[in-house]
Write a new protein. Sequence first.
Length: 541
Amino acid sequence: MAIFIGGAWPYANGSLHIGHVAALLPGDTIARYYRQKGEEVLYVSGSDCNGTPISIRANQEGKTVQEIADHYHEEFTETFYKLGFTYDLYTRTDDGKHHKFVQELFLKLLENGHLYKKTIEQAYCTVDKQFLPDRFVEGICPVCGARARGDQCDNCSTILDPLDLIDKTCKICGTPPEIRETEHFYFEFSAFQQELERLVSQREIEGTWRDNAVQLTKRYLQEGILDRAVTRDLPNGVPVPVAGFEDKKIYVWIEAVAGYYTASRKWGEQHQTDITQFWGPEATSYYVHGKDNIPFHTVIWPSIVSGVGLEAAPNYIVSNEYMTLEKRKISTSQNWAVWVPELLESYHTDSLRYFLTMNAPENRDTDFSWREFIYSHNSELLGAYGNLVNRTFKFLEKSFESTVPQVEVDQSIVNQIEVLYEQVGKGIESAQLKKSLESVFEFVRSMNRYFDEREPWTKLNQDLPHAEQTLATCVLAIQNLAQLLKPFLPFGSEVIERMTGMKYDRWEFVKELPNKLADIQPLYARIDVGQIEVEVEKLKN
């Protein structure tokens, strides 16, 4: 089976915060799981270096767009590496291959009759002497009355045209823009209305799109899909490959989402591999992002895919709700955020991966609290999982010179583990990652109870075979936990691999016991609860 996974492309205009990682982490967990199953996986993403937010940041700092994009792309690449993300290709939208392949898609849409020219009115700033990109226009949303950008209202999720806004102002200088005429290419999204209705209906029946994606897409369809301009008068981006339009750029609406396909093609060229298997009707695709990106993945991208003749409508839409911080909305402008590069300097990567999975905003908004983060590490990751590993391995080190008894293990535990593989695997495949991780940790807690009830420390002198079976069973459970948890907590699993001298990279029951343990060490260290107050104070400054 061919599995395609596309992670949303973060704007290269600021560091990644916990909200970004909460939305993107499911992609890596799913990719790791399918690779363990032996499936063909292509997992891609990249930095959006063409978006208006980068231009805004460059203007604010007096730097070039290239300088800003280069800085944050490099930082993103390093951060994702430290997080353990296993992208097959992490690229960027100002890459030459991306430009080339986007232009080819644009010309294909034109050839297939899905693009047409239209003279439109657009906001023009007389102070900055330029047509304003959608995000450079701000005002009041005509639907809900909230402050909004010209492309989309974050409050009510309505896709907007900048001219729809009330009390429009230029983001750069704050003056009201003029309305001037300019010619652009439009995409006939309206022609795909019925096809999109069938798609969302089918995915709702299959249960592969999250409910927020289904309901929001239905809302857009009920309102009627409108044709939209897909070129813009922008200073940076992918040039329109049509005579007379060389100074215009292909708009982010189709350019950025096309990155999933262009990155796939670039990867295919690098590895001399045909990517058709990942972009055909037999492939299974996962698109992983936050709920603010839903319409781009359920309306715009399926229309483009169909418009160029690809049979690759999205199978799974993994669209997380929002994550708040200490009960407040994350705000980068107010510096109310936990920046991931900084967090990873002080805390274990598995701690973040664990917390963001167990508290994932899968179906509703959730909150990142420093208190909950640190207590979940100490009581669950360290107190349950780390404790099981440490007490078992240390007991063997002390009483058996690190040799693992080669005896028959407890069959009832074997049966539980075999059920767990099936249960957790189904959960990951359906993108119910929180439920899957909870199932594994229920078993972790049950194994700690098993160790307590079997009392190997007393049986050691009274009934040695009983003690040996207990310890062998616990080692077997730990080995399988290392394999079951590798998609979620890869770094802890690697430590267990070093201690047992074995590799846990399959999705099937591990039945062979190691002969001897080596370099026994704790999986995780306790976090001083005093850090809660330290971190909360940092937020206030």
